[in-house]
Design a protein around this ligand. Structure first.
Ligand code: NAD
Length: 495
């Protein structure tokens, strides 16, 4: 278990500049360009990373294609691939403290969450897909006598993976480990504000025995490196996690290039629905506060809308605020911190603008809504709560991706469902009730890829996460994620 002394040593460690990793080697951008890496903890420049463009992406895709075609990875027995993925899991665990602190210095997630959600989840994901290698079967079709129909799974080839700045190791692993498990090669483009931990994770993969060229990484901006990956003619599948706006662009790039399959894991505006029969309301209020304010709300499934039955509305909002006001916001490298920094100055500005708009749209600001600890130079916003938010307001309809909770009362189960489903999103939801029939009815009626019942968050790698509505079109995690990264091939045989 990581302790404060260890964290305080690691937080002072020098941070080396980041390069691309192509064909197993660290390389600079062809243009020589770099990007500064700013720590959201205090606004200082930590180091710089290579700023890749189309030329670097092309080098990486060519390396990935060569590695795929010569069978150095796809040609291994599945169990042999699985052993390497499991070795990667062990290596990540062995270096968990260093990885976690490096990642926090880059993106500001509080260390108490990052240690489990980042190296912890990444290692669990590599282990899970490593164990799955060699356990998946093809199919024999129920064809007529005299014919044999076989359905084979094949890897797609070269997978492009573009990931966001929140939980880069966890989300990166969801894509990398599943794509590698079925024999593909990968070109990864991390977010420009959170590349450092992923770069180290890719080095670890090589140290654990992954052959050169199988996993390549190009850092840089979305507009340059990301778009070049999306437009590349030799990428077979693109797996993306990020905003809807960029997801739309990736679909356009695919249409303009080689019609690559594009899987999108996008944002959310997830409702937590609390009924008067939820049981211990104080415990539920603590879960609600954690569900929106941990990692300062920069969680795709954050429960950013609270729908509460009118009979307990006023009392329950007071309880949520009481828990929120006890949360420590600040230095993400202090183990006592419950909510760390906003990942970038631009994201902080966007959250504060959303708060101003919510005030103008008639929601009642009950707490927060302002920058905190500006004297540190870091980017912090305290838990923010708007009561009685109008259903049509931007606050209710648009993802803020910050520590901002909107509250709406409801009178009936039907009204709760209508409010909950009344946005374009459908990523996650929560239901709090002791009535088991009502819980099942709500699971069926809520439009969401995951519905939590009497809890919020924490679903492990064994279950899929995918968006309904405009929250996406694919799944990460579980055996279902493998389908993104393989083709079906039929052999139809006359006997
Ligand atoms: P973003 O869409 O701005 O960026 C995501 C990635 O796309 C980054 O690597 C970025 O460099 C790249 N990118 C930007 N413009 C691009 C372009 N034109 N072409 C190709 N790539 C481009 O998202 P973000 O701000 O980094 O992350 C936050 C978003 O991610 C939120 O909407 C959040 O809900 C979502 N998210 C979803 C899930 C999920 O599982 N559904 C998980 C985490 C985060």
């Amino acid at each position: 278990m990581i302790d404060q002394t260890r964290i305080d040593q690691l937080r002072m460690a020098p941070v080396l500049p980041g390069s691309h990793i192509i064909d197993g080697k660290a390389v600079a951008s062809a243009s020589g360009a770099t990007l500064d890496v700013v720590s959201p903890i205090d606004g200082t420049v930590l180091t710089h990373i290579a700023a890749g463009d189309a030329e670097d992406i092309d080098r990486a895709v060519r390396a990935a294609r060569a590695a795929f075609e010569d069978g150095r990875w796809s040609g291994l027995a599945p169990v042999a691939r699985g052993r390497i993925l499991q070795r990667i899991a062990e290596a990540i665990e062995a270096e968990a403290d260093t990885l976690a602190v490096l990642g926090v210095r880059d993106n500001g997630t509080e260390i108490s969450m990052a240690i489990k959600a980042e190296p912890g989840s990444a290692a669990a994901t590599f282990r899970y897909y490593g164990e799955l290698c060699g356990k998946e079967y093809g199919q024999v079709a129920p064809s007529a006598p005299g014919t044999l129909g076989l359905v084979h799974h094949e890897p797609v080839g070269v997978v492009g993976a573009i990931v966001p700045w929140n939980f880069p190791m966890m989300i990166g692993a969801w894509k990398i480990a599943a794509a590698l498990a079925v024999g593909n090669t990968v070109v990864l483009k991390p977010a420009e504000v959170a590349s450092l931990a992923l770069l180290r994770l890719v080095e670890i993969c090589h140290e654990a025995g992954l052959p050169d060229g199988v996993l390549n990484v190009v850092t840089g901006t979305g507009a340059e490196a990301g778009a070049a990956l999306g437009r590349h003619m030799d990428v077979d599948v693109l797996a993306f996690t990020g905003s809807g706006a960029v997801g739309r662009k990736l679909l356009e790039y695919a249409a303009q290039s080689n019609l690559k399959r594009v899987y999108l894991e996008l944002g959310g505006k997830s409702p937590a629905v609390v009924f008067a029969d939820a049981g211990n309301l104080d415990k539920v209020a603590a879960v609600i506060a954690g569900g929106i304010y941990r990692d300062s709300g920069q969680v795709c499934i954050a429960a950013s809308r609270l729908l509460v039955e009118r009979a307990i509305h006023a009392e329950f909002v007071e309880r949520v605020m009481a828990h929120a006001s006890k949360m420590r916001v600040g230095d993400p490298l202090d183990l006592r911190t419950n909510a760390g920094a906003i990942a970038s100055e631009a994201q902080m500005t966007s959250i504060l603008a959303a708060c101003e708009q919510a005030k103008g749209d008639g929601a009642d600001l009950r707490m927060g809504g302002a920058r905190m600890a500006a004297e540190t130079g870091g980017y912090y916003i305290g838990p923010t709560l708007f009561d009685n938010a109008p259903q049509t307001s931007a606050l209710v309809q648009n993802e803020v991706f910050g520590p901002v909770l909107s509250v709406q009362p409801f009178d009936s189960e039907g009204e709760a469902v209508a409010i909950a489903n009344g946005t374009s999103y459908g990523l996650a939801a929560g239901v709090f009730t002791r009535d088991i029939s009502r819980a099942h009815r709500m699971v069926a009626r809520l439009r969401a890829g995951v519905v939590h019942v009497n809890t919020y968050g924490g679903a492990d790698v064994s279950v899929p996460l995918g968006g309904h509505g405009q929250s996406g079109n694919g799944h990460d995690k579980s055996p279902h994620a493998l389908d993104k990264f393989r083709n079906l091939k039929t052999a139809w045989i006359q006997l």
